[in-house]
Design a protein around this ligand. Structure first.
Ligand code: SF4
Length: 295
C-alpha cells in the first residue's frame, strides 16, 4: 500500500503548490488522467474517504502491528483481535473516516465492514507465515533524488533482508490480483520502489512481492538492473510531461471506466463541469509568463 506522500488531496489542505516529487500513486494518477493528477496534487481538492480504501488502511495497520509480538505469538487470532483497537486509532488520527458510517446508527454496516477486515487479515496467514518472518523494515518511508533532480518517494509496506543480504520488497493489497495481462501495471509500483532502494543502497532487490489478500494470490517478480533503468527512463519522461503541464496549465482529462471512482466529476469537463481557476502561474507558447487564472 502506498499512502499519500506528495500532496494528495486532504480535507484541509487548500494551498496550491507546484509538484515537487513523484510517488507511485501520483505517477499512476497522471498516467490514468492528467486532470485527476492536477486536482489531487495542485488544487488539492478534498476527496471523500471510501470504505475500501479505509479498510485497506486498517488491514495494513494490523499487519504492521502484529510484528510487535514475539514470532510465536503472531497468530491469526491475535491478528484478528488487533482490528478493533486499530480501528479506534484510525478514527483518532483521521476523524473524517467516521463519516463512512454516519448513516449506520445501529452499527450493522460497521460490524460487517470490520468482519471483512478480519477476514482479509486471516487470509494473509494462508499466504505468508509471520512466525517465520523478521522484517527489516515496516511502513518504510523512502525518498531518493535522481541526477535530474527528480525526487521519488513512497512508503514500502515491508522490507525483508535475508542473511545473505538479499532484499525482498513486499506490498499488501486488500483487493484482488489483476489478470495476467494487467500484471505489468501492478508491478510498476514495485519497480518504482526497487529503483528507489537501488538508488539509496546500491542494491538491486532480489524479489518484489505483491500479496493480494482479496483473492489470496501472491505475485512475485525478480528484477534485474535493466528493469530499474527502464522504469527510471519512464519516470523521467513522465516528470517532463508533468512539468510541462504545470507550466502551461494544460491538464487534459482522459476519461476511462475508472471515472466511476473519481471524486471530481462535478468539476470535470468530461462530465459537464468546470475546473476551478488554475492556481499557478502559466507560460504562454512563446515562453513568457502569462499569469495565473486568478490574477
Ligand atoms: S472524471 Fe475521469 S476524466 Fe474527469 S478528472 Fe476524473 S478521472 Fe479524469
Amino acid at each position: 500500500m502506498e499512502t499519500s506522500t506528495d500532496g494528495a488531496a486532504g480535507p484541509s489542505t487548500p494551498a496550491a503548490v507546484p509538484p515537487a516529487s513523484l510517488s507511485p500513486s501520483r505517477a499512476g494518477d497522471f498516467m490514468q488522467c492528467p486532470l485527476l493528477y492536477r486536482f489531487r496534487v495542485i488544487d488539492r481538492l478534498p476527496e471523500k474517504p471510501s470504505e475500501a480504501a479505509t479498510r485497506g488502511t486498517l488491514v495494513h495497520a494490523v499487519l504492521e502491528r502484529l510484528f510487535d509480538a514475539p514470532a510465536a505469538e503472531r497468530t491469526a487470532s491475535r491478528a484478528r483481535s488487533l482490528v478493533p483497537g486499530q480501528w479506534d486509532r484510525l478514527r483518532e488520527s483521521r476523524p473524517e473516516v467516521v463519516e463512512l458510517f454516519a448513516d449506520d446508527p445501529g452499527g450493522e454496516r460497521l460490524a460487517r465492514w470490520l468482519g471483512e477486515a478480519e477476514h482479509l487479515v486471516e487470509r494473509w496467514f494462508t499466504l505468508e507465515d509471520p512466525t517465520r518472518l523478521e522484517p527489516a523494515e515496516r511502513e518504510l518511508f523512502v525518498e531518493a533524488e535522481l541526477e535530474s533532480g527528480l525526487k521519488l518517494r513512497g512508503i514500502i509496506d515491508r522490507v525483508d533482508v535475508a542473511s545473505t543480504g538479499e532484499v525482498r520488497i513486499v506490498d499488501y493489497k486488500t483487493g484482488k490480483a489483476p489478470r495476467p495481462e494487467y500484471a505489468e501495471g501492478a508491478l510498476f509500483q514495485m519497480k518504482f520502489y526497487a529503483l528507489v532502494v537501488w538508488r539509496l543502497k546500491k542494491v538491486v532487490p532480489r524479489r518484489l512481492q505483491l500479496v493480494y489478500l482479496g483473492s489470496g494470490d501472491v505475485l512475485t517478480y525478480d528484477p534485474v538492473l535493466a528493469d530499474l533503468e527502464r522504469v527510471e527512463r519512464k519516470l523521467l519522461a513522465l516528470w517532463e510531461a508533468i512539468l510541462s503541464a504545470t507550466e502551461t496549465g494544460d491538464w487534459r482529462p482522459r476519461p476511462t471506466k475508472l471515472c466511476g471512482w473519481c471524486d471530481h466529476q462535478a468539476v470535470c469537463p468530461e462530465f459537464g463541469g468546470t475546473p476551478p481557476p488554475y492556481p499557478l502561474s502559466v507560460r504562454s507558447a512563446d515562453g513568457r509568463e502569462a499569469g495565473s487564472a486568478r490574477d
